[in-house]
Structures are given as C-alpha cells and as structure tokens.
Design a protein around this ligand. Structure first.
Ligand code: UGA
Length: 439
C-alpha cells in the first residue's frame, strides 16, 4: 500500500478520528485546527472527546511521528497530495447548512496547495458544495472530491477503520483513485460516483435513520394504546433483512449534533429545489413532540403534578457512549420538567458536575444513588449500561416515591418490581416480554 501525505483541516470529532485513523493506516498526517489550546493538548496526547481507542491511536501516531497537530496551514511542513476538510457545517436559523467555514478555508488554500493535490470534503454538505469550493480554489489542477464520513459517536474509530461502505464522489478519475488509495487497507465496499450523488448520499442515509426512529417511536405510542409490546414488535420486524434489527429502539426522541441538523438541511435544500420531502418532515415534526410526551408521562406518573416534585434524571448525553450534550433529548426533557417547576437531580457517567449550560436546570451528582435520594420519580433518558446494573433495592430505599420512567426500555422491569419499584416502560403497557425461543 502506498502511503499518502495528508493534511486534515479541523480536529473535531470527524477530523481527529480521521487524522488518527489515517496515521494508524500508515499515512503521514498533519491536522490543522485554529484552536491553539486544543492543538497544544492534542500534541501532548490529551484527547477531550470520550471515544474508545482514540487516545491510544493519537498517542501511537504522535510517538511514531506519523501524526502532528498545528494551528495554521502555513506551518504544515509536508507537501500534501490530499487535503481533507473536516469542518463543522452548523445549522442556520432557516435550517440550511452553513458551509462558510469550508468556503473560507478553500479560499485560503488557493495559493498554498501543491500541484495536483486533491481536496476532499468529509463534512456533511449540501449538493453543490464541492462545485462551489472548486470555483473558490480556482485551480484546474486541483480536484474537489466528496467523501462523506459515516462514523457514529461512541464507535468512531471502529466505524472509520471498519466502515460498512465508503463513498467517493468525483468527476476526476485520478483524484478519485488517489482518495480510494487512502483506504486501501480498509476492507469495505467502495461506491465511486459523481460528486452530487456522494454529497446527497450522506443526507439520504441520516434522514432515513431519523425516519426509522420516528416510526419506531410512533409504533411504541400505538403499543401503549393497544396493549402490545414494542420489544416483541420490533424484534419481529428486525428479523426481516429488508428492515434490519438496528435503529429500532424507541426513546425520548433522536438527537445529537447530526440527525437534527442534517434533517433540517435536507428539508431546506429539497424545499429550495421544489421537492416536498413529506416523510422527513413528518419525522422531524414527530421528534419535536417527543420531549413533551416524555414530560407528560412523568407528570402522569406523579399524579398530574410536576411543580415542586423532586425528580432524579438518569443520563444527560444524547446517547450512551459519548459525553456529547449537543442536541440531547435528555436535556430537552429536563428543560421541560424544570420549566414546570420540578426540582431535578441528575447523573451521567460522562458528564462532570459543573458542566456549563446544564447546572442552571439541574444539580448534577457524582453518583446515581445521590440522584435518587428523596426523588418522587426517576426518569431514565440515556441508555448507559451501568444503569441496568444498579442496586435497585438501594434506589428504592433512597427514593421517596416508587416510579421509574424508562424512556429507552433499558431496565429490567421485573427486577425493579422485585425491588418494590414501578417501572413505566415505553410501548410496553404489560411489560414482561417473553424471551424469544431458539430452535
Ligand atoms: C449519526 C449517524 O448514525 C452516523 O452514521 C453519521 O455519520 C453521524 O450521525 C454524522 O452525520 O456524523 P450519531 O450522531 O453519532 O451518528 O448518533 P446515532 O448513533 O445515529 O444516534 C442518533 C440518535 O438516535 C441518538 O439520540 C440515539 O439515542 C437515537 N437512537 C438511536 C434511538 O433512539 N434508538 C435507536 O435504536 C438508535
């Protein structure tokens, strides 16, 4: 495998994972990030993202000198043959993806890129962005390639090194082959296509996942009304390979830094093109109502009164396996409960006690038992494995009430019942799913 000289612009979630993983595959990588404190920390091997294997990969890259961090493109001392752009594309007020950071970097690259270098967009960007960057760079020898990243937080390194697919969109064959060469050691199907299709593929995938989740959340609502068990319903659906078993767990709504932003951007871009993506719109609308429904369920469990109630909140991150609070459904629910006058005491294994933006709506404790102390009810919002393994008899003793609202069907309702607690699962009015029999 030939090794490439790679510059990664942006050392956030995607950029840092990309840089560390490409270095581990034998490429020479320099990551550029304007945040001097971050660059200093990363250069010393300190990673502040909660992500399995990432710290180790960064340490390996630094010690093998295949990975370095700098604050400025002008301090890059390799002649890159590939530059990967891993910059944020935040949501604007009208829903569109703001690609201005990519645009200004592209302008800055115009005079610094070596001849025949390929510029690769890894960020999630609307169709037309690669063409726009090519125009801004304005160099016939420099191709702009779309190679969106599909990694998930919490399994970023594994997803990068063992992806389910790689998509490379380019109108320049040689550039596409060079980008494919970055992944020569990675065993995955590669879809080589035009730029627009690659750009759209990422949005289409994330919007499909969002629709799948909203559908499951609505099926859980129906199960609650009709007396069916969503766990059995989704287990049955998941055995159909056309549907697949993943992404079928109901919850307090889907969130995080990507799905909400990408559904909004896809809707904006479809609307601007005169296409109505009614299914995506319905998924977004349903999701916007989810936190209210969870708050209503907690209110119902407390006999209709939230004002003055003390509620334990289990989980704050947008999903387990990450310390990311961006777009967290847990915080949306907590905001509604606090707004209705409840006193909230929360715990999340990845969230420190003094994290900004959280402490004004709840007190964060150092352990889950403290969060249960004196609580009229506990609501589980993030599916951390440790919550399953709690000493529920101790939780029952500490609480003043006895209801646990489990928004993710993460807990063993029978175990909680034996500890004297009432577990209100989601879409499982009778609880107690019978185990699937193996033949
Ligand atoms: C998502 C996509 O899954 C990645 O493929 C994509 O690369 C990434 O966005 C991105 O665009 O960068 P991520 O934001 O890490 O990844 O989060 P997911 O694992 O997709 O979870 C999103 C939300 O769905 C979370 O709130 C999670 O709790 C929820 N979820 C997920 C459920 O409620 N039920 C499930 O069964 C699965």
């Amino acid at each position: 495998m030939s090794s490439h000289r790679v510059v990664v612009v942006g050392a956030g979630y995607v950029g840092l994972t990309t840089g560390a993983c490409l270095a581990s595959l034998g490429h020479q990588v320099v990551c550029v990030d304007t945040d001097a404190a971050k660059v200093a920390a990363l250069s010393a091997g300190r990673v502040d993202i909660f992500e399995p294997q990432l710290t180790e990969l960064v340490a390996d890259g630094l010690s093998g000198t295949r990975l370095r961090f700098v604050t400025d493109v002008s301090s890059v001392d390799i002649q890159p043959d590939v530059v990967l752009l891993c910059l944020p594309t935040p949501m604007s007020a009208d829903g569109r993806a703001d690609v201005s950071q990519l645009e200004s970097v592209a302008v800055g690259l115009r005079d610094t890129l070596p001849r025949d270098c390929a510029v690769v967009i890894k960020s999630t960007v609307p169709v037309g962005t690669a063409a726009r960057l090519a125009e801004l760079i304005g160099r016939p020898d420099v191709a702009v390639v779309s190679n969106p990243e599909f990694l998930r937080e919490g399994s970023a390194v594994r997803d990068f090194l063992r992806p389910e697919r790689i998509v490379i969109g380019s109108d320049d064959r040689a550039a596409a082959e060079r980008v494919a060469g970055l992944y020569a050691a990675v065993d995955a199907p590669v879809v080589v296509t035009d730029v627009a299709s690659a750009e759209l593929a990422k949005y289409a995938a994330n919007c499909f996942l969002a629709m799948k989740l909203s559908y499951v959340n609505e099926i859980a609502d129906l199960c609650d009304r009709l007396g069916a068990d969503v766990t059995a319903v989704t287990a049955t659906m998941g055995h159909d390979s056309r549907i697949g078993a993943a992404f079928l767990r109901p919850g307090p709504g889907w969130g995080g830094p990507c799905l909400p932003k990408d559904t909004a951007a896809m809707l904006y871009s479809a609307r601007s093109s005169g296409v109505d993506l009614s299914l995506v719109r319905a998924a977004v609308d349903d999701n916007a109502r989810r936190s209210g429904r969870v708050a209503d369920r907690v209110r119902g469990a407390l006999g209709g009164r939230l004002d003055g109630a003390r509620i334990g909140v289990y989980g704050l991150a947008f999903k387990a396996g990450t310390n990311d609070l961006r777009g967290s459904p847990a915080l949306a629910v907590a905001g509604l409960l606090a707004g209705a006058g409840a006193e909230l005491v929360g715990y999340d294994p990845s969230v420190p006690q003094d994290v900004p933006g959280v402490t004004d709506m709840l007190t964060v404790c150092a352990d889950p038992y403290q969060a249960a102390k004196g609580a009229d009810a506990v609501v589980l919002l993030t599916e951390w494995p440790l919550f399953r393994a709690l000493d529920w008899s101790m939780v029952a003793e500490l609480m003043s009430g006895s209801t646990i609202v489990d928004t993710r069907n993460h807990l063993d309702a029978d175990l909680l019942a034996s500890a004297g607690l009432v577990c209100r699962s989601t879409g499982r009015p009778g609880a107690g799913v019978r185990r699937e029999r193996s033949r």
